[in-house]
Design a protein around this ligand. Structure first.
Ligand code: ZN
Length: 279
């Protein structure tokens, strides 16, 4: 039983503010300890359910250097760093049987704690085949393209509701209830760790029930930006077409190719902002 845990930080126990997840801040130093606790709970659950569990944790936040490996459950291995092929899902090509999405968040435009889709600002809406595409959905689709299902998602209630939309029946653990993008009613780690561990164990126990999320090609993406200049930058990527002042589209029959195109668009737009005032 090979489990890949894709670990993001906005949906971690207690996290509610941008500085909580911003590397280098005192708040981030505090919350990276809670981050590893949520992840360790998921590792422990997988190992509770399967003696032979092999767990790879892949960092999914910012520059992918947040988790404290010295505090990571010794039964897991950790992929660190963002110069990878599959970004938040690096390792999905390593013979994985089941995926967990831990610490996830609602998409851009949704009322959820630190809601966004890759870019912390500037991306108003992202759709895949005409439906909102959160990080969770695109990563579940990428796993599906490798024949792997998602057994568990943790985050705020908005992230859990989002996951239930794109994967009906998926097991979720809400560690907090969003009040606003920057506030939430939070459960303490003593409660969330137990809930995550139990849900992870249950997900491994019925691993075969978690069928891969797949959809027929073509995979048509649309991204709308607050700043029209962002669309202009994005349209420099081969295959990406600017269809409105602030909107670009692209399409591919190969899911991984379409996913990588989004990654390039997001990276390019992310480094193209000229001014915090005019962005
Ligand atoms: Zn993140």
């Amino acid at each position: 039983m090979n489990v890949l845990i894709s670990a993001d930080m906005e949906g971690v126990t207690g996290v509610t503010a941008p500085e909580d997840v911003h590397p280098g801040t005192a708040a981030w130093e505090r919350f990276r300890r809670l981050f590893v606790r949520d992840v360790n709970a998921a590792i422990a659950g997988a190992c509770d359910a399967a003696d032979d569990a092999q767990v790879i944790v892949t960092e999914g936040h910012n520059t992918m250097r947040n988790l404290l490996i010295e505090e990571l459950d010794e039964r897991a291995q950790l992929i660190v760093g963002h110069h990878t092929t599959y970004v938040m899902m690096e390792g999905i090509d390593r013979g994985i049987d089941l995926v967990f999405l831990v610490g996830y968040h609602a998409p851009a435009g949704a009322v959820g704690v630190l809601s966004h889709t890759f870019l912390g600002k500037g991306l108003l809406d992202l759709t895949l085949n005409d439906e909102t595409c959160s990080e969770g959905r695109m990563n579940a689709m990428l796993a599906g393209s490798f024949g792997v299902g998602v057994g568990l998602l943790t985050g705020d209630q908005a992230a859990c509701a989002d996951a239930t939309r794109y994967i009906p029946g998926v097991r979720t653990v809400a560690v907090k209830e969003q009040i606003d993008r920057y506030s939430a009613l939070c459960l303490p780690p003593a409660k969330t760790e137990a809930a995550i561990r139990a849900a992870a164990a249950a997900a491994v126990e019925d691993a075969t029930a978690h069928r891969p999320l797949v959809a027929d090609p073509p995979y048509r993406w649309s991204a709308t930006f607050a700043n029209p200049s962002s669309a202009g930058r994005a349209a420099l990527v081969p295959g990406v077409e600017r269809v409105e002042a602030g909107t670009v589209t692209w399409s591919s029959d190969d899911f991984a190719t379409s996913y990588k195109t989004f990654q390039v668009v997001a990276m390019l737009v992310g480094v193209s902002f000229e001014s915090p005032v005019f962005d």
